[in-house]
Ligand binder design. Structure first.
Ligand SMILES: Cc1cc2nc3c(=O)[nH]c(=O)nc-3n(C[C@H](O)[C@H](O)[C@H](O)COP(=O)(O)O)c2cc1C
Length: 336
């Protein structure tokens, strides 16, 4: 599979997740076999605002926004996801992101967060209610940049508004080169059953590669989605939390990560985080990741509860030192 000039390997995609799919986690997942990762969603207005300030020489692109579109050394391609409702602002934001080094621009037409969809008339999945506007955004962005453009949608805004097929056709017509479809509707949020029959209709309706997404927790789930829908790849979101090995499993390298592996990866994740944003923020943000890694031994729940006490790298490692690694290896079967 290709996106523009980029050869995309056989593995699953890492689905974008705000606060999670930043450079350290993307790096771990790519090392484990993910074939493409995407930044979390970034507001087109944040990019425009900060770029304008840079032009006025009052400051450089805001540190937080820059860190969101940052690539870790060697990461290629870097896919940056943007969201917004104004076609001109989206086109300009895409130009800025490409100018900052994005290799692929991904358009978010799937986010259900209230602040993004604003009463259903805003950005993200709300745009699925206005297919002509969604199409115009895609067209303007495609025309604005030299890099390939991809998009992410859902099945629709709600159970009676499942227009994923129409939207996919418009997206393809606009020149978008690949489409990831989260096989749920907006009202389902990020859980609940997926509708693989409708995902199949989307795959059949367009010629561009469709990446299926939703509910993949193991290889059997991925195989079922691939077989039932004919999608080109699957994208894994929550199934990768504390479990980047899922990407090895999905490329057929069965590897049951024992507790020792998880603790070692948690330490490495912390190290990558510190290099990315410094110790203070790294330690705070790593608490949630650690709680996902820390499972499968007596006392795991209590230790997760104490993660808030980790205030620096040394105390973080101190907590991880308490994990009874050898004893736990024998008890992998009973997570607590
Ligand atoms: C915490 C969280 C943050 C998310 N952030 C984004 C995002 O920034 N952009 C996006 O397109 N989807 C986002 N999603 C949706 C995921 O990419 C994915 O579509 C969804 O989780 C379903 O896949 P899964 O069942 O494998 O988790 C987010 C999901 C979660 C749980």
């Amino acid at each position: 599979m290709k996106i523009g000039s980029f050869d995309i390997g056989p593995g699953a995609f890492l689905a974008p997740m705000a606060g999670i799919t930043n450079p350290p986690f993307r790096r771990l997942c790519l090392e484990m076999g993910a074939s493409l990762t995407v930044t979390e969603l970034i507001s087109c207005h944040a990019l425009l605002f900060l770029s304008a300030k840079e032009k006025n020489r009052t400051r450089k692109l805001g540190q937080k926004t820059v860190s969101l579109i940052e690539r870790y050394p060697g990461e290629s391609p870097l896919a940056v996801q943007i969201f917004g409702r104004d076609p001109e602002a989206m086109a300009e934001a895409a130009r800025i992101a490409a100018g900052e080094g994005a290799d692929i621009i991904d358009l978010n037409f799937g986010c259900p967060a209230r602040k993004v969809i604003k009463n259903g008339e805003g950005s993200g999945v709300a745009l699925m209610r206005d297919p002509p506007l969604l199409e115009e955004i895609a067209q303007r962005v495609v025309r604005a940049v030299d890099v390939p453009v991809t998009a992410k949608t859902r099945l629709g805004y709600g159970p009676t508004e499942k227009n994923a097929v129409e939207v996919a056709r418009r997206i393809e017509g606009a020149g978008v080169q690949a489409l990831c479809v989260h096989a749920r509707t907006r009202d389902q949020g990020h859980s609940g059953p997926t509708d693989l029959a409708l995902l199949r209709e989307v795959v059949d309706a367009v010629g561009i590669p469709v990446i299926g997404n939703g509910g993949i927790r193991c290889k059997a789930d991925a195989d079922q989605m691939l077989a039932q829908t004919g999608c080109a790849r699957v994208a894994v979101g929550q199934g990768s939390k504390g479990n980047p090995w899922i990407f090895s499993e999905l490329v057929g390298e069965a590897f049951a990560a024992g507790l020792e592996d998880r603790i070692a990866t948690c330490r490495r994740h912390l190290e990558l985080y510190v290099r990315w944003i410094g110790e203070a923020r790294a330690v705070i943000e790593m608490r949630k990741h650690a709680s996902w890694y820390l499972k499968g031994f007596a006392g795991a729940a209590a230790l997760r509860g104490r993660l808030g006490l980790a205030v620096d790298v040394a105390s973080f490692h101190g907590l991880l030192d308490e994990v009874p690694v050898s004893e736990a290896s024998a008890k992998e079967a009973s997570p607590s």
